[in-house]
Design a protein around this ligand. Structure first.
Ligand code: KG4
Ligand code: ZN
Length: 334
């Protein structure tokens, strides 16, 4: 049988990434240029700055990824690119780069949903088996996705307001921690005690949706009220209490959904999968229920193009092709 080699391109947010993946699972190269340093002083991603960086970086990252994989365009079967969701100006850089390659090299073009990419990062780690449930947690997304086969995605729950990573970053900013704040809160949480009472948003009893803005406001109010009383709250305890609330809701809903959907496998995906507390609690819960859990290594949890190429390979093999009118779609649904 012949190998399928897919070139992946990802520019939906603040990483410019290109990768070459063989047979959907074998990474030949995975090049990422992060812009975090440029956005840090603004406390978050500035869309216009992101677009400018992507324009500057994309051709170099492409050359690097091709050289490292030791392939030429002749070896590539198709170009897979994130078509959405994401920042529109950022998406357009990747989509147009991919289109230019596809057109000039006469190769098929495959638009990939960013979340499908995050999920398929797990396929690189260990071949997906179905049915399965993925908890996607990143700076832009919080979703529970059920899959009964390759390429079939059913979103059974999602955030109604802030994404988990967004809540982490906003709480971190309130606590005076640098951007992105998630890792700092995670670290502090392990030094403190969850001694401060904070809410958990369970929503309707049968809902798998999430809400984190109330929790975020509760942290801000708690801090504010303490300040007014002339008290100082230990930051570690606030971090630990916030993290406990987030993880309790995420893990409880994931386990409930896994049971209801009768899956035997759970995946964790997205940048917040780096969270030590979440990894531990979800591992323990899955072990107690006899569910197999897969968590990608950090380099595949944060935005990258290997995951886009991996998801693109499945779509390619299913015969899916995007036409030359492929466009960046900031609000694309899974
Ligand atoms: O997937 P990602 O790299 O980018 C998006 O697609 O959004 O996720 C970045 C997010 C940021 O909000 C960051 O604060 C969060 O992941 N994050 C963490 C941790 N490491 C990164 N959140 C909590 N705990 C961590 N250890
Ligand atoms: Zn992402």
């Amino acid at each position: 049988t012949q190998d399928t080699i897919i070139l992946g391109v990802e520019t939906s947010c603040d990483e410019t990434a290109v990768a070459v993946v063989k047979n959907g699972r074998d990474i030949l190269s995975n090049t990422v240029s992060s812009q975090i340093e440029s956005h840090k002083r603004f406390g978050g991603v500035v869309p216009e700055i992101a677009s400018r960086h992507h324009v500057e970086q994309i051709t170099y990252i492409l050359e690097e990824a091709m050289a490292e994989a030791e392939v030429s365009f002749d070896d590539i079967d198709a170009i897979a690119v994130t078509e959405g969701p994401g920042l529109v100006g950022a998406l357009l850089i990747g989509v147009n780069a991919a289109k230019a390659i596809a057109f000039s090299q006469n190769k098929p073009l495959i638009g990939v949903h960013h979340i499908a990419g995050h999920i398929y990062a797990n396929h690189i780690v260990e071949e997906l088996t179905f049915p399965l449930l993925t908890l996607v947690v990143s700076g832009g997304h919080t979703e529970l996705v059920y899959m009964k086969e390759h390429g079939s995605f059913e979103v059974i729950g999602e955030t109604r307001d802030d994404a988990v990573g967004e809540a982490y970053d906003k709480v971190a900013r309130t606590l005076g921690l640098p951007y992105p704040g998630g890792p700092h809160i995670d670290r502090l949480a392990h030094e403190g005690e969850a001694s401060i009472t904070l809410p958990r948003a369970w929503l309707e009893p049968d809902s798998f949706d999430f809400s984190f803005s109330g929790l975020k406001s509760a942290v801000i109010n708690t801090l504010h009220n303490a300040k007014q009383r002339g008290e100082t709250l230990p930051v570690e305890n606030l971090a630990a209490s916030f993290q406990e609330s987030v993880i309790e809701v995420l893990v409880t809903k994931t386990m409930k959904a896994a049971k209801e959907k009768n899956v035997d496998r759970v995946l964790l995906a997205g940048g917040v999968a780096a969270n030590k507390g979440l990894r531990k609690e979800l591992s323990d819960a899955c072990e107690a229920e006899g569910l197999k859990l897969t968590i990608p290594p950090m380099s595949l949890c944060t935005d990258n193009a290997a995951m886009i190429a991996a998801a693109g390979t499945i779509l390619y093999e299913k015969g899916y092709r995007s036409g030359d009118r492929l466009n960046g779609q900031p609000g694309l649904e899974l």
